[in-house]
Design a protein around this ligand. Structure first.
Ligand code: FES
Length: 195
């Protein structure tokens, strides 16, 4: 006769019986059943958890808080500012007519990541790009007048020597693609909202 265990609530219920000793094969079978039951439980949790995880995505009003406005009025031609947007540096450069002309004179066939300057800006003189090198994520130099701007007058990444032009396009070095243009909009002639 096996041992009996105390009943857990309820009247008249049969007390559960302890499992009889099992052979090695039966132990293996039980382990397999436990494993299968556990797997189904894990899948069930995944399916139930999704609506909760999905509901944690930021709402539209929360996303609005993660936009950054930039006053362009104080930025003279030839100058640039760096702002932080969603934890990343964003470069806003007031380009001179010569810088614009240089960016537009380059044949697309010479570009590793061919993109006309016109599609990277909304107003000729204002260039806005994410200031993160597309190679391994360093912040390129070129924002200060005293910075090295590389061989193409834009930005130079000192980590491994990537050169970007006055449109933020990769021209030399290991970076595979142009500096990214973030989503932004002009609110008026002298103000942009990034994000
Ligand atoms: S991170 Fe910029 S060149 Fe490597």
């Amino acid at each position: 006769m096996g041992e009996t265990m105390p009943a857990m609530g309820g009247h008249g219920a049969e007390p559960p019986q302890a499992a009889p000793p099992a052979s090695g094969g039966e132990y293996a079978k039980r382990d397999f059943l436990r494993l299968v039951t556990g797997s189904f439980a894990a899948v069930g949790v995944g399916v139930v958890a999704w609506p909760f995880v999905h509901s944690m995505n930021p709402a539209r009003d929360v996303l609005a808080l993660s936009s950054t406005e930039v006053d362009l009025a104080p930025i003279a031609a030839g100058q640039a500012v760096t702002v932080v947007w969603r934890g990343k540096p964003v470069f806003v450069r007031h380009r001179t007519p010569q810088e614009v002309q240089e960016a537009r004179a380059v044949p697309l066939s010479e570009l590793r990541d061919p993109q006309p300057d016109q599609v990277r800006v909304q107003k000729d003189q204002w260039l806005t790009v994410v200031g993160v090198c597309t190679h391994l994520g360093c912040v390129p130099l070129g924002q200060k007048p005293t910075d090295a701007r590389g061989d193409y007058g834009g930005w130079f990444c000192p980590c491994h020597g990537s050169h970007y032009d006055t449109s933020g396009r990769i021209r030399r070095g290991p970076a595979p693609s142009n500096l990214a243009v973030p989503e932004y909009a002009f609110m008026n002639d002298t103000r942009i909202r990034i994000g």
